[in-house]
Design a protein around this ligand. Structure first.
Ligand SMILES: [Fe+2]
Length: 249
């Protein structure tokens, strides 16, 4: 079996399966986050939300979202029933494919879910997949993880890079610190934390991020701030060199 035949079978989003509770959850979360993101979300995220026509009243239709992503960057969302194993997740990134769930959390679990749902995967991640520099970086994370598959040290470093940028990254815009990481964009607690003076906010450097451990079970106490998305793309040479040096390949 080739690796692609071994993959988790994609799931068809059946739009008519969404219940009135699903729509109410989407609307509540959308409005709650947008109220804060209008002021604190990065410009490209807010612009992209309009481009891919997300709104509070309509749960995104993957086919329509994919048509926009394909036209802008050649990327697509692949609907999956559960969390993908890391190898498969990264391999798909290298093929310009982001795996996303299509289920929504219940009203009773608005602020805590065990595994990412569609609000995190789609509201949090999909909009910035319209940004070309961000996508180059995103795809390269996948390609590097594929290249270093089985090398524990290297994969750990790549996961840290992913964590402190794609999930929890901040960006400077016109003298202010704005949010672009999906883990912050999709969580009220994380967003309020990121806006407060509580956590440490440091300039992004490849060395620090890739050699720095993180915890995925707590609100973050450190964030890294990039200058712009081309900084991520332009860091790829340094990232490859560090992987070679530390993980030895
Ligand atoms: Fe995520």
């Amino acid at each position: 079996m080739t690796p692609s035949e071994n993959r988790i079978k994609p799931l068809q989003q059946v739009y008519s399966n969404y219940t009135s509770e699903d729509f109410a959850v989407w609307e509540l979360l959308y409005n709650r986050q947008m109220d804060l993101l209008i002021k604190h979300g990065c410009g490209d995220y807010l612009k992209a939300v309009n481009e891919i026509k997300f709104s509070a009243q309509v749960i995104p239709d993957f086919e329509k979202t994919n048509a926009v992503l394909q036209a802008l960057t050649g990327w697509k969302l692949r609907t999956v029933p559960c969390l993908c194993p890391p190898n498969e997740f990264f391999e798909l990134l290298s093929e310009k494919t982001f795996t996303a769930t299509c289920w929504l959390r219940k009203m009773s679990e608005l602020d805590y879910i065990e595994e990412p749902d569609m609000f995190h995967d789609v509201f949090g991640h999909a909009p910035l997949i319209t940004n070309v520099d961000y996508c180059t970086f995103f795809q390269s994370i996948g390609s590097l993880a594929k290249q270093y598959q089985g090398n524990e040290k290297a994969i750990q470093m790549i996961e840290r890079l992913y964590w402190f940028t794609i999930e929890f990254g901040l960006i400077y815009e016109e003298g202010e610190t704005k949010i672009y990481g999906a883990g912050i964009i999709s969580s009220k607690g994380e967003l309020l934390n990121a806006l407060s003076n509580q956590p440490v906010k440091k300039d992004f450097t490849v060395n620090e991020v890739m050699l720095h451990d993180f915890r995925n079970d707590v609100i973050q106490n450190e964030y890294y701030v990039i200058q712009d998305y081309s900084q991520l793309k332009n860091s790829l040479g340094e990232i490859e060199a560090l992987l070679k040096e530390v993980a030895g390949q």
